[in-house]
Design a protein. Structure first.
Length: 420
């Protein structure tokens, strides 16, 4: 058997779902273990685009079972809509989707709280997707949250809802309570057939020798502890979250594959040392279609940052790199990779811990020559232009991790492995 974690290693949006899809054709299980519907994963197959928010992207393969672990926060109303939309696209869910009964729920209340909090923060806002994920995770930590299994116990659920609204100082009269209960009970009619213990499923899968892929959401630099705090997501995104969010210990993983773009993007607020503006940023944004899958917001663009990349590689003990969107760099004459930061007369090769220091650093760059060739038809490293091969090797050397997978286009078949 094999158990592989595929993780985003920067600020998310690294095209993780494409790599999961590429490697998932022989997977028995694909597992989401953290994050919520704020994580938009996009896959293009034969020109048809599929967007996933909570459902693992392994659902694309009819023989693969998809699990949503207890570390995920789900919007039950949104998940029902997502399932129905994907079914309308021809995907099947019967006996293929499992949702842990302990997952925390994102309610309309959480979305309201999220919006109010962003307005309150004003110029210090985080730049959330507004999906209510942060408030839902906060409620789970405060032990006031609602879990999926609670929907099967109406009297208990009603009491928990009253306590939750009271905790936030929100009014919930009888009519409003009936409305919320009706919405949740309607969602439960659809979701209850998928509700079970994911830990039990994974334990049996491991014993049977199944092939399991763990699909990360967001990215390492958005980890609520290890990321660019406070401009982070509300869950832990590094490899150790696999065990916490699924019940399958990270010690049992056979491989950890980190997904990086050939450049760097970020959505939302927060430090971005290698951010670029102007014509080059617009060129990359246009060629890479750099707009959020969930929000549609234009992504911020930057040069590849090997300082943060190496930091992410260490945190996740990466065995290999999957480098995506390399084709987007075709036609750029001069490519840059950040190899260090200047701060107060010192040179840093690791990121500063405090956000105020991030605002003071000056990136130091290695300059490399680009290539003009269209590489979307390339299917091996050897067939890449010489300068593209040098670019890959520079990233390998700086991160001290081999590049094992390269993506050169949106389609499933525009991806290839590198023997190392």
């Amino acid at each position: 058997m094999s158990a592989i974690a595929i993780l985003g290693c920067m600020w998310g949006d690294e095209a993780k779902a494409k790599i999961v899809d590429y490697l998932g054709d022989t997977a028995d299980y694909v597992v989401r273990f953290q994050g919520g519907s704020n994580a938009g994963h996009t896959i293009v197959v034969d020109g048809q685009k599929f967007v996933f928010h909570s459902v693992p992207s392994g659902i694309m393969y009819p023989g693969t079972k998809c699990l949503i672990g207890c570390g995920v926060a789900i919007d039950p109303l949104g998940l029902v809509k997502e399932i129905r939309n994907l079914e309308a696209s021809g995907l099947t869910f019967t006996k293929r989707l499992c949702i842990d009964e302990k997952v925390g729920l994102v309610l309309p209340l959480h979305q309201e709280l999220d919006a109010v909090n962003e307005v309150r923060l004003a110029s210090s806002k985080i730049g959330t997707t507004g999906r209510g994920i942060g408030p839902a995770y906060a409620d789970m930590t405060a032990r006031t949250g609602i879990r999926l299994g609670d929907l099967g116990h109406p009297a208990y659920l009603k009491q928990r809802l009253k306590e939750l609204y009271a905790y936030h100082g929100q009014s919930l009269d009888a009519a409003a309570l009936r409305e919320v209960m009706a919405q949740l009970q309607e969602a439960w009619k659809v979701l209850k057939k998928y509700c079970m213990s994911v830990e039990n499923v994974l334990s049996e899968a491991y014993i049977s020798g199944a092939r399991i892929i763990f699909e990360g959401a967001q990215g390492t630099l958005l980890d609520r502890t290890w990321g660019s705090y406070p401009y982070v997501t509300s869950s832990n995104t590094i490899v150790d979250a696999v065990g916490i969010g699924s019940g399958f210990s990270a010690r049992l993983l056979d491989e950890v594959l980190g997904v990086f773009k050939a450049y760097v993007t970020r959505v939302g607020e927060g430090p971005f040392p290698t951010e670029i503006h102007g014509p080059l940023a617009e060129q990359i944004r246009k060629q890479g279609n750099e707009f959020g899958s969930t929000t549609g917001r234009p992504r911020r663009i930057g040069h590849f940052d090997a300082v943060l990349g190496a930091y992410s590689a260490r945190l996740n003990t990466l065995d290999g790199i999957a480098l995506t969107l390399l084709d987007v760099l075709s036609g750029i004459e001069d490519l840059k990779i950040c190899v260090g930061y200047k701060l107060g007369g010192k040179v840093l090769t690791t990121p500063p811990a405090h956000p105020l220091d991030f605002n003071k650093i000056e990136p130091m760059y290695l300059s490399l020559k680009g290539w003009e060739e269209d590489i979307t038809g390339v299917r091996s490293k050897e067939d890449l232009p010489a300068n593209a091969q040098i670019y890959l090797e520079a990233i390998e050397d700086l991160l001290e991790v081999p590049v094992k997978v390269v993506s050169v286009g949106k389609e499933r078949d525009q991806t290839f492995k590198i023997d190392v």
